[in-house]
Ligand binder design. Structure first.
Ligand code: NDP
Ligand code: MG
Length: 411
């Protein structure tokens, strides 16, 4: 394998840091050309010192200025510092790179990820929201450019690994029926509140929601895992990546997260990918594909592995999962609006502005309002995303007003 030149979008996040850990283990295979962050100057500075990239982008201008000063003080003036969203797309399209890790959180990752796709890069897709919010448009861009799309999300990476080569080579357009596949089994742990009394979910705190039993992740996806909106977004992601109908995807709760998802074949075989829950495994798989490289992850110890349990998801506990499956069946308008609304609602919950259970109320209102919107191109996706955010923020503001009024009455 010749050396791969990498751009990491979102290098300071959980996936970004895990990617750099795999890269660190294989300096002869990977070289870091560019890194990006939003505002985390300190972490990006540390990464610059270790990996000496050619270019770094901070979306926030003030943060970029601070980073530039830090690098100058450390005599690292060879590293070019840029800021702003356009600079993200520029590094993702640079002729000097062949591989892009798309690890920005949320729909902010859409345009830079699509930029990489359009330039036919190998795109390692962690940023599921990019695909959820644009669906067919994203997949069409992959087909048109011939970009190599590899899933990083552990479930989709597991499904990819369990599919035959012909399906792997046609991501976004696979004919699973022709490959003998009867069902995609999407596993999920059920998050930190799987056994909590449903009536207590009103009072859970952001820290409790972010304390995932098996995975160590960024705060947005951690809350999504607690509501199981994450599984809902993954349901939509699976539809697009593997070209399957919603009826052929089944969510299976598997609290131990040892099996990362499965493919069921017509002859009764079920192929699963297993391992310890550590994102360095799918990252290493996709970085080196089709080779296998060491990822720093311990092998499974079957004699000390807890038993495998499986359950049906309970939609009363996880109404966001049911809502996302509905949106997937309804169409792109519902999915784009749901994703936007969920980002606003999760952010408000993390800022202690609304209750955990309010996330669903906001998301449901959003899907109902925008379900018949049609989006035919990226500009229309961005517009609907914007409108749905404004709408969701309005509901958050109303909820906060109501809460203040209730507090005033009590006083
Ligand atoms: P984090 O919150 O840990 O990191 C997010 C990264 O994106 C950071 O580098 C952050 O920069 C950057 N960022 C945040 N907002 C913006 C913005 N508006 N514009 C540009 N960059 C921005 O997230 P995760 O690493 O957990 O998740 C990243 C993506 O991967 C998500 O889409 C998630 O769903 C997906 N994923 C994550 C998994 C995990 O285990 N963490 C597993 C499977 C999928 P800064 O640090 O400066 O804020
Ligand atoms: Mg996942």
């Amino acid at each position: 394998m010749s050396i791969r030149n990498l751009c990491i979008l979102g290098s300071t996040g959980s996936i970004g840091v895990s990617t750099l850990d795999v890269v660190r283990r294989h300096p002869e295979k990977f070289s870091i050309h560019s890194l990006s962050a939003h505002t985390n100057v300190e972490k990006l500075y540390e990464q610059c010192c270790e990996f000496n990239p050619a270019i770094v982008v901070m979306v926030d201008e003030d943060s970029a200025k601070k980073l530039k000063t830090r690098l100058k003080d450390a005599n690292l003036t060879n590293i070019l510092v840029k800021f702003g969203e356009k600079a993200l797309s520029d590094i993702a399209q640079d002729n000097d790179i062949d591989t892009v890790m798309a690890a920005i959180v949320g729909a902010s990752g859409l345009i830079p990820t699509l930029s990489a796709v359009k330039k036919s890069k190998r795109v390692l897709l962690a940023n599921k929201e990019a695909l959820v919010t644009s669906g067919q448009i994203f997949i069409d861009a992959v087909k048109e450019s011939g970009a190599e799309l590899l899933p990083i999300d552990s479930e989709h990476n597991a499904i990819f690994q369990s599919l035959p080569t012909t399906a792997q080579q046609t991501i976004g357009a696979c004919q699973l029926d022709d490959n003998g596949v009867s069902k995609i089994l999407l596993t999920g742990s059920g998050g930190p509140f799987r056994t909590k009394a449903i009536k207590e979910l009103d009072d859970v705190t952001p820290d409790q929601a972010c304390a995932h039993p098996n995975w160590d992740m960024g705060r947005k996806i951690s809350v999504d895992s607690a509501t199981m909106m994450n599984k809902g977004l993954e349901f939509i992601e699976a539809k697009w990546l593997f070209n399957v109908e919603p009826e052929d995807i089944q969510v299976v709760l598997h609290p131990q997260s040892t099996i990362h998802s499965m493919v069921q074949y017509k002859d009764g075989s079920v192929l699963a990918q297993m391992g310890n829950p550590d994102m360095r495994t799918p990252i290493a798989h996709a970085l080196a594909f089709p080779e296998r490289i060491e990822a720093g992850v311990d092998s499974l110890d079957f004699f000390n592995t807890p038993s495998f349990d499986f359950e049906q998801p309970d939609y009363e506990r996880y109404p966001n999962l049911k809502l996302a499956i509905r949106a997937c069946k309804e169409g792109q308008g519902a999915c784009t609006a749901l994703n936007a609304s969920n980002e606003i609602a999760v952010d408000a919950f993390l800022n202690n502005q609304i209750k955990f259970t309010d996330i669903f109320k906001i998301n449901e209102t959003s899907v109902n309002k925008f379900v018949s919107e049609r989006v035919a191109n990226i500009d229309e996706v961005l517009l609907l995303d914007k409108i749905a955010r404004v709408h969701a923020q309005m509901i958050v503001d109303n909820m906060m007003d109501e809460q203040h009024q209730n507090e005033d009455k009590v006083m």
